[in-house]
Write a protein that binds this ligand. Structure first.
Ligand code: UD1
Length: 338
């Protein structure tokens, strides 16, 4: 079966393409390479022994999206990763984020709505919960007012899909709300490639470990948590990639109970920033240079998933621990700087 993976050269997209190909799916990647490189195709091909089809395309070009779906009429499902994801940049350039994350979603859904049957997986985020009132966070926790245009695009994206599914029985969709993805493929052929100074914790840790950054700033140690630093649910990217495959298989097999469903994808375990640092020190055998600084505006204290729904309904469970995932991130960092 042919599956379109938009943003398939990106961090989570590329790992998902590998898992899809491992399961025998035929993959077509669409990517505009704005935050990725065509060389990722080689990594994917080395791991899975199969080169996916690739179309360099900017999904904001509506006519080209239409032509793409005319060319590939046999696409049975879409996993939609292509989007911008930097919170700070989204505050500076809100319209870019709305065009990139919402415009492209609308164009794809318009094309899928013309089909007799289509399955759609959406990259959502735990950011929709904001600071949830209860931990761990279940899928029925209220969606809070978004802190940034980026967060808003994830909330609006979910609503657009839900509204479309209500009037389009031929379309089935699942939104996966990721917690904090990290790590790289065990082969170290693909991994996270942040452009410029990383905003996320794990690549900043590994870049500090390798000496590219002088020190890591820990944003606040006065939070109401056991060690005072923020708590997140760090999910290994290969585990996350596998969640996309099982979600897609659920839709393709018609096993979904409703035509729009939402699942948390995390480990269910919260780890603090200091615990993440200690994990790095343990797996790398290196001391990490870090200092405590002020809180980062907009950060929430704590977020970790209740994964019961994904475990029971999807039959998916994360396998890697924080140490395993950190080790993979470190191996990758060493390889790309070599
Ligand atoms: C961030 C985004 C979130 C997005 C996710 C994608 C914000 C406020 N949220 O989540 O919307 O879905 O990335 O991966 O940007 N930290 C440090 N020092 C650093 C970097 C991070 O102490 O140099 C801390 C942060 O304060 C936080 C934790 O590490 O407590 C994780 O930060 P990060 O990796 O940026 O992820 P989130 O903020 O959870």
């Amino acid at each position: 079966m042919k599956i379109l993976v938009t943003g398939g050269l990106g961090f989570i997209g590329s790992h998902t393409v590998v898992e899809l190909q491992n399961k025998g799916f035929e993959v077509v990647i669409v990517d505009n390479c704005s935050n990725s490189s065509e060389s990722v195709l080689d990594g994917i091909t080395k791991i899975s022994g199969k080169k996916p089809l690739f179309e360099k395309l900017d999904l904001r070009e509506k006519e080209k999206v239409s032509s793409f779906f005319k060319k590939y009429q046999d696409i049975a499902g879409v996993i939609h990763f292509a989007a911008s994801k930097a919170v700070g940049e989204s505050v500076e350039k809100p319209l870019l984020y709305y065009e990139n994350n919402i415009g492209t979603l609308v164009y794809i859904l318009q094309e899928l709505s013309k089909k007799q049957k289509a399955s759609f997986i959406f990259s959502s985020s735990c950011t929709v919960y904001g600071q949830a009132d209860k931990m761990p966070i279940t899928e029925d926790a209220p969606v809070k007012v978004a802190e940034s245009p980026y967060g808003n695009t994830k909330q609006m994206g979910e609503e657009i899909i839900a509204d479309t599914c209500k009037v389009t029985p031929e379309l089935s969709a699942i939104a996966l709300r990721y917690f904090n993805p990290m790590g790289s493929h065990p082969s170290a052929e693909i991994g996270e490639l942040p452009i410029g100074v990383p905003q996320n914790l794990v690549p900043f840790i590994t870049q500090t470990g390798i000496g590219m950054r002088k020190e890591l700033s820990v944003f606040g140690d006065d939070y109401p948590t056991p060690d005072g630093t923020c708590i997140r649910d760090y999910i290994y990217v290969v585990d996350l990639a596998k969640a996309h495959v099982v979600a897609l298989e659920r839709l393709l097999a018609g096993k979904n109970k409703e035509n729009y469903e939402v699942f948390n994808v995390g480990t269910g375990k919260g780890s603090s920033v200091l615990e993440a640092i200690h994990s790095f020190e343990k797996v790398s055998g290196k001391k990490l240079n870090y200092k405590i600084v002020d809180r980062r505006p907009g950060d929430i204290t704590s977020a970790y998933a209740d994964t019961t729904k994904a475990n029971t309904v999807l039959g998916w469970k994360s396998e890697y621990t924080l140490d395993d995932a950190m080790k993979s991130a470190w191996v990758w960092e060493q390889k790309i700087r070599d």
